[in-house]
Design a protein around this ligand. Structure first.
Ligand SMILES: *[C@@H]1O[C@H](CO)[C@@H](O)[C@H](O)[C@H]1NC(C)=O
Ligand SMILES: *[C@@H]1O[C@H](CO)[C@@H](O)[C@H](O)[C@H]1NC(C)=O
Ligand SMILES: *[C@@H]1O[C@H](CO)[C@@H](O)[C@H](O)[C@H]1NC(C)=O
Ligand SMILES: *[C@@H]1O[C@H](CO)[C@@H](O)[C@H](O)[C@H]1NC(C)=O
Ligand SMILES: *[C@@H]1O[C@H](CO)[C@@H](O)[C@H](O)[C@H]1NC(C)=O
Ligand SMILES: *[C@@H]1O[C@H](CO)[C@@H](O)[C@H](O)[C@H]1NC(C)=O
Length: 606
């Protein structure tokens, strides 16, 4: 037996050769739940079921908008290889007074279909990245509501084009057509309520006179500063004056498609001399051989074992942003699991964290204004470190403008590549693969504008850890992404204008055991997913906004090819959100596709 040990940088442990008895596949397929078999177990001709992502309500929920714009009603049948559907976008009438804009995305589908990725853009600026749920024969429907106030400068402009991309295949086998309606709802701040005080759907939730149920404040909503409630944190405390798309041509799907790590997509931009603040917002999703990038073994494992899978190149990925070729920002994306991922039975009717509203990632480029404010074009580059086919990425460059020219000078800049240590060891199909990555970066600048001379300092510490174990029939992943970002803005006399600290922590554990099934050609897979999204924002002296969203899923499934024939599953999600005004928590338990418990509380869980 040939022993293959690959040690790069630090040797963290040594190989203990284990003889593998059963073939363990190194590829993690993307499944489709077979509606014919699975819904056959349930009563037929039931009403369409509502699917949902657990999230906290918006301040505008249940309130009548001041005005609304229906922007798209479209059915996505066979759209594979086609450009996005595009329509003229009509902004709200000038007479409509609003301060909060919400994009409402409604979808329904019936039949058999894979989950699909979708994006919505106005004039190339991405407003929503979403994925679809896998339908059933009885049909499913869902809706996504997203605060899009930060795109105010775009959604108020006339003569723009709204585009939506959703590539779908409809044939004899896959019959699901996705019907989508999109509207933008505009709310006046005079009627919006405090976000956390009301359970969605509860009646009488319309006035600001309602008391917060929160144990934290006990206060009356009237006493609260409503503007602060409605306004998001820095950098979107005030929507940008201009949003420049860093995206592709409409007929190529708007987003950029990255096939490998060498592909650098550059966009030349010349920004206004009046810019005093700049933030790049990235939208990211991963597909194909990189859909489960966090479970990909190294190339050497795949090559040595003569596997045919393309799912390789190790389990570290990072989206890199460069300005004129210099690294200016980097993001390890939250591992969103789509509804065909790991075990599709987990994701009905509750979907995975972020599946209906994929997170976007902000990179503060204010420290780079010294470079950008020279009346010349600069190239903004996007790239996926270690990426393989394929990633869909684009970005929105948010710019805040002064009424006269701004001067800026960079003070400090240090943005090294992630320092990575990898340990790979395997004996035929059994192996352990560890990756540890770390980086500290800082950048600061002085910006002279009508707001005075402000110093912006951005520091960031990122850590990445991954352990992938393949042993016999088992595949096990433990991954953790951690990052702390500090943004501090001070004036000439050292007074603090903005002091924000953002801490993210994304642990993920997956285990998959594949055994031969009872029937020929089938396999029995035991699957587990434990995942958390923890986003904590600390600002000002005593203020914080804290999100902790956990999911814990266990299940079995009988699989033939990429089809799930039968199985059982449970998905427990615990969602806690807390800010200085109150708390919102929700505890959802789903067993075999039925919501057996769903409890919402507005008391704080410490
Ligand atoms: C979508 O359908 C609704 C209801 O028929 C209609 O009021 C609305 O104008 C339509 N929107 C578009 C963009 O076609
Ligand atoms: C879209 O709007 C049309 C027209 O109002 C309606 O018949 C359909 O049910 C809506 N679809 C969704 C997914 O909301
Ligand atoms: C929008 O387009 C129409 C028709 O092409 C044109 O008459 C109008 O001036 C344009 N409006 C703006 C603000 O560009
Ligand atoms: C912060 O909290 C402490 C203790 O509750 C309080 O005494 C202090 O006034 C608060 N500071 C601010 C700026 O709100
Ligand atoms: C996840 O669920 C399983 C089975 O329900 C349980 O044994 C395990 O302790 C749970 N894990 C966490 C972190 O709650
Ligand atoms: C969530 O709900 C389940 C089922 O009702 C219960 O067993 C569990 O203790 C709850 N967890 C929390 C943190 O409230």
């Amino acid at each position: 037996m040939k022993i293959m040990v690959l040690l790069l940088f630090l040797p963290l442990f040594f190989a203990i050769p284990i003889e593998s008895s059963l073939m363990s596949s190194s590829s993690q397929p993307h499944f489709v739940r077979s509606t014919r078999n699975i819904s056959g177990n349930k009563m037929s001709a039931a009403a369409p079921q509502q699917y949902f992502e657990v999230t906290h309500p918006l301040p505008s929920d249940d309130i009548t908008p001041a005005c609304s714009v229906s922007v798209l009603n479209h059915s996505f049948g066979y759209t594979y290889g086609s450009p996005p559907v595009s329509v003229d976008y009509t902004p709200p009438p000038a007479t409509c007074e609003w301060s909060l804009a919400v994009l409402e995305f409604r979808a329904e589908c019936k039949g058999e279909q894979y989950d699909r990725i979708a994006g919505v853009w106005i004039d190339g600026v991405e407003l929503l990245r979403t994925s679809t749920a896998q339908p059933t024969e009885d049909g499913i429907f869902w809706s996504v509501r997203k605060d899009v106030t930060r795109y105010s400068s775009i959604i108020t402009k006339p003569n723009l084009t709204l585009a939506m991309m959703l590539e779908n295949i409809v044939n004899d086998e896959f019959t699901g057509v996705y019907h989508v309606n999109i509207s933008i709802l505009f709310y006046s701040d005079k009627v919006a309520r405090v976000p956390l005080s009301i359970i969605p759907g509860e009646s009488g939730a319309r006035t600001l006179n309602r008391k917060l149920i929160s144990v934290k404040t006990h206060g009356n909503v009237d006493q609260l500063d409503i503007n602060r409630v409605l306004n998001p944190l820095y950098p979107y405390d005030k929507p940008a004056d201009l949003v420049i798309p860093i995206s592709g041509a409409l007929d190529e799907g708007v987003w950029f498609r990255f096939q490998d790590e060498f592909h650098v997509q550059t966009t030349n931009v010349q920004i206004s001399q009046e810019t005093y603040k700049a933030v790049l917002e990235l939208y990211v999703s991963f597909h194909g051989d990189d859909e489960f990038w966090y479970m990909n073994p190294p190339d050497s494992y795949v090559e040595t074992n003569h596997l045919t899978t393309g799912r390789a190149h190790g389990a570290y990925r990072e989206v890199l942003v460069t300005i004129d070729g210099q690294l200016a920002g980097a993001v390890i994306p939250f591992p969103v699991i789509f509804t065909g991922g790991i075990n599709p039975l987990f994701w009905e009717p509750v979907v995975s964290i972020g599946a209906f509203d994929l997170p976007s990632y902000d990179i503060d480029l204010t420290p780079f204004l010294g470079l950008l404010l020279d009346n010349k074009k600069h190239s903004i580059g996007l790239q996926v470190a270690d990426g393989i086919s394929f990633w869909l990425i684009d970005a929105n460059l948010h710019l805040w403008l002064d009424h006269s020219n701004v001067n800026a000078e960079m003070l400090k800049y240090k943005f090294p590549s992630m320092e990575i240590q990898r340990v790979s060891e395997f004996v035929s199909l059994d192996g352990k693969f560890e990756i540890d990555g770390e980086r500290s970066s800082k950048a600061s600048a002085l910006v002279h504008s009508s707001y005075g001379i402000l110093k912006t300092k951005v520091t960031e510490k990122a850590k990445f850890k991954s352990k992938l174990k393949l042993e016999g029939t088992m595949k096990e992943l433990k991954q953790r992404i951690k990052k702390t970002t500090k943004i501090k803005i001070t004036d000439e006399i050292g007074q603090v204008i903005v002091n924000l600290e953002v801490k993210i922590n994304y642990p993920l554990k997956i285990s998959i055991d594949t055994q031969p099934g009872l029937d020929k050609g089938t396999s029995l897979m035991t699957t587990k997913v434990e995942q958390k999204r923890s986003d904590r924002f600390f600002y000002g002296v005593n203020n914080s906004r804290v999100l902790s969203h956990k999911q814990n899923c266990t299940g079995l499934m009988v699989v033939k090819g990429n089809s799930v024939l039968s199985g059982s599953s449970d998905n427990r999600q615990i969602y806690n959100y807390q800010d200085e005004f109150g708390c919102y928590s929700r505890n959802v338990t789903v067993v075999d596709g039925d919501v057996v418990a769903d409890r919402t509380l507005t008391t704080c869980v410490v």
